[in-house]
Design a binder for this molecule. Sequence first.
Ligand SMILES: CC(C)(COP(=O)(O)OP(=O)(O)OC[C@H]1O[C@@H](n2cnc3c(N)ncnc32)[C@H](O)[C@@H]1OP(=O)(O)O)[C@@H](O)C(=O)NCCC(=O)NCCS
Length: 217
Amino acid sequence: MIEALVPFKAATAEHFGDAPDRECLFPQELALMAGVGAGRRREFTTVRVCARLALKDLGVPPAPLLPDEWGAPGWPTGIVGSMTHCRGYRAAVVARRTSVQALGVDAEPHRPLREGVLGAVARPEEQAALADLGGTICWDRLLFSAKEAAYKAWSPGAREGGARPRSLHDIRVTLRPADGTFRAEVLPGHPEATSLEGRWLATTALLLTAVSVPASP
Ligand SMILES: CC(C)(COP(=O)(O)OP(=O)(O)OC[C@H]1O[C@@H](n2cnc3c(N)ncnc32)[C@H](O)[C@@H]1OP(=O)(O)O)[C@@H](O)C(=O)NCCC(=O)NCCS
């Protein structure tokens, strides 16, 4: 599914269950999982299995994918990427930096946000826009997901220049229900430097969002 949301030059892999725990993690990755719960270990492992499959499609050999101080994964030299996991879904997207400058993907269960979350992450104008949307899609959760995808695309090193969001509140998302796209702007900042385009997809169980920034010509 995720491949529908990213440029064709990106490689993707997704998993709707979990890879067996014996799937190889590098020693540095295993060390990070010491003492963590089984659920976290499974999502961490499976999403890295996805990432290695996607990297293989680009011809990149497996390498440890370790988080930086912000939690953003460190990709092999010359590669950009993003990973996401939620109940029943894990996905990784990677691309060569020569074709894509930054990627951010997010998956969420397709159900409304818990009470109080929307107010914490959405700007007043975003909440007003949601009130006008109808139908069966959980727009509040989709807005949240789009913000997270945009947030990831601004991970350190992924994107030079432009304002970096400190929180989801710093990202203003405009959902476009008609064509499955959205715009994410980081505030404050120069609109031309901080506006990203994204795509979204809804199934009965999942909401997926992705932001990609093309490489400069
Ligand atoms: C970082 C954040 C976007 C992760 O999103 P999430 O829905 O919790 O988790 P997902 O499963 O979609 O994604 C997790 C993956 O994102 C990646 N990730 C984590 N932090 C990241 C960052 N700062 N930049 C880019 N990617 C990041 C990692 O690969 C992580 O998986 P891993 O730990 O197994 O490697 C989110 O937790 C966050 O902090 N958002 C913004 C800050 C904020 O406002 N927080 C308050 C939210 S109410």
